[in-house]
Design a binder for this molecule. Sequence first.
Ligand code: CP3
Length: 344
Amino acid sequence: MSSAFLRACRREATPFTPVWLMRQAGRYLPEYRAVRERFSFLELCKNSEAAAEVTVQPIDRLGVDAAILFADILLPLEPLQLGLSFAAGDGPTLERPIRAPEQVAELPKVDVADALSYVFETVKRVRAALDGRVPLIGFAGAPFTLASYAIEGGGSRSYLGTKRFLLEHPDAWDDLMEKLVDVTADYLRGQAEAGAQALQIFDSWVGHLAPDDYRSAVLPHMRTLFSRLPTGVPVIHFGTGTSGLLESMADAGGDVIGLDWRISLDEGWRRIGFDRGVQGNLDPAILFAPFPVIREKVRALLASAKRRPGHVANLGHGILPGTPVDGVRCLVDAVHELSTSGST
Ligand code: CP3
């Protein structure tokens, strides 16, 4: 029988609700920090041996049902010559952001097999190290979220630069999205060919858009992206703050749609449609709470999902730095115990 995680992605029955956590490899884990001391973040992403090591670290420590490749959604922006760097404590920066429509036409064509070969090498190493214990999820940023970094030059509160660009220069925006779709499709296909058994597309910041702007400026490009992905590999379509976009995101594509905690799982799933799976949706902040509170939140989540096939338990966004490891372990154990015993 294939893994509970892959079965849930296909909406097949599972003996328990599978769970993994976004950012399960990261700074809250002492063994990650120990490896990270020897490399800058970009060096770590590019060193396939070390990246494979930190991918596997949380599997035994937490008992999760899937591994997620250690990499970053912004890596494909580096061969686009935007000057990617990760400054300590500041998050990512692009030295040469896209501010004028002419810059889109000048973007270089990327040979993904060459420029991102180190990621494919990591995928192969992780598969060998996991030896079938749990499946490996590959991932990429969605074109909107990538474009937001490319235009803002980093993170943003308002996404005003990105919104102005798509409203003022709709043709250059479409051109930029098409280029990002090309790179992302090749990148995700390459990961699947190297051995990734599921794929997640992170549209982390798309919830900042009004629903009609999503439909006109993003949805057609997402449809193209989904149409270029390999068949037979489940795809998770993730965003945050997407309560106004769920129907459109489901329309764009994905076997499983990610939900954050700003909507109840039950309501989100109803709006997406029960012909899709859902992933989520606990608030990462609950991991700081006492264990009985964490267990109660898990119980309520499972009750909301009603053990319908197609629920992948997760947070609604990534584990925060400083999260107690024991709280994370408590969450994973609670999902397994409470979904097996039928006590919900
Ligand atoms: O465990 C995993 O989830 C796999 C690895 C992973 C990382 N980034 C490692 C990382 C994944 C899946 C990502 C995706 C990613 N990266 C997203 C989408 C998910 C989300 O959070 O919405 C985004 C928006 C990025 C961009 C990014 N990378 C930011 C904004 C930051 C800085 C903020 C922060 O948390 O520090 C990063 C750096 C980053 N990516 C770290 C890790 C473990 C921390 C870097 C460090 O070790 O110093």
